[in-house]
Design a protein around this ligand. Structure first.
Ligand code: ATP
Length: 302
């Protein structure tokens, strides 16, 4: 799979504040890549650097193997980093016409992008009559003008209600299914889990874990087990090499499995020790649980 963006050791401090420190990652064509991190972890600064609006102090990045200022690179990327800026009294069409002119895009494309974000029916409304979610969708429409290969979005669902979040999610999914590569920053774990194929988890300007969302989810599953001889089972498991933690919740044990452990291994161990399990229920850890664990485990380098 070809690489759309490669970032190597990107670093940006603001005075003594470490915004981004030695970030390295690659984004493959066709992926939905999520930069996930709590507030202030450096997501916006990272996206601003790769879009050329913030200058890195060190490090490099390449779009399609080229510098950002190479001819034709800019036209392949559509971005929405800051809150969308539009003229309040102009209509949606008039606002997009301005962007189309700046991007040297034919006016026919306005219809296409307004349909994608489901605002075609509102094309003659003035911008200030739109809801927050509609304004965000119009921002995405602006980024989609010119049909760029890559869409870069900073917190696209921020501050939206559940319906607004679902609208953005659907647009991202549809655009991804059309083959567009999407790079998005978010602190909403659930959103990343639902729409992203790949994720890089950030803490204080650094990546602390990254990879395919499915693989991250596959690591360290949780298993709920129960048995009549619960104390004995707990003791056996606590002394086994199969789990990273055992905690008791009423009449069940909640096990955090090591990466290589399967529920079958737990069943066999219990059986071998003469304990018959009355419950064996695997549960995938949500990305949120993992995210919180990772952020907690990582030593604080600030
Ligand atoms: P949020 O989700 O809150 O937008 P973020 O993950 O996008 O956060 P950044 O906005 O990149 O994080 O900020 C990273 C750090 O850099 C923060 O400590 C922030 O205060 C600081 N920072 C960002 N921009 C500037 C600036 N122009 N001047 C000074 N400090 C800045």
């Amino acid at each position: 799979m070809s690489i759309v963006l490669s970032v190597i050791g990107l670093t940006r401090y603001y005075g003594r504040i470490r915004a981004v420190d030695g970030m390295s990652f690659t984004v493959s064509r066709g992926s939905v890549f999520g930069l996930l991190g709590p507030n202030g972890s450096g997501k916006t600064t990272t996206l601003s650097m790769v879009m050329g609006s913030v200058i890195p102090q060190s490090g490099r990045f390449y779009w399609f193997g080229n510098e950002l200022n190479s001819p034709s690179v800019y036209t392949k990327i559509g971005s929405l980093i800051e809150a969308p800026r539009f003229y309040p009294y102009l209509t949606l069409e008039q606002n997009l016409l301005i962007i189309a002119k700046i991007k040297s895009v034919g006016i026919n494309d306005i219809r296409r992008v307004l349909k994608i974000v489901r605002l075609w029916d509102r094309r003659s409304s003035s911008y200030d009559t739109l809801s927050l979610g509609m304004k965000q969708r119009l921002g995405i429409a602006g980024a989609l003008l010119g049909n760029p290969e890559v869409l870069v979005l900073d917190e696209p669902a921020n501050a939206l209600d559940p319906e607004g979040i679902a609208d953005i999610r659907n647009i991202i999914r549809e655009e991804s299914s059309r083959g567009r590569t999407i790079i998005m920053a978010s602190h909403i774990l659930d959103e990343v889990e639902k729409v992203c194929s790949h994720v890089a988890i950030m803490k204080k300007g650094r990546i602390i874990a990254d990879g395919p969302v499915k693989e991250l989810l596959a690591e360290g599953d949780i298993l709920i087990v129960s048995a009549r001889e619960l104390e004995k089972l707990q003791a056996v498991l606590e002394h086994s090499m199969l789990v990273t933690s055992v905690s008791r919740e009423n009449d069940t044990l909640v096990l955090s499995l090591k990466k290589e452990t399967s529920p079958k291994d737990i069943n066999e161990l219990a059986f071998h020790e003469g304990v018959i399990l009355t419950r064996l229920e695997p549960k995938k850890k949500t990305l949120e649980t993992q995210f919180l664990e990772l952020v907690k485990q990582e030593p604080n380098n600030a």
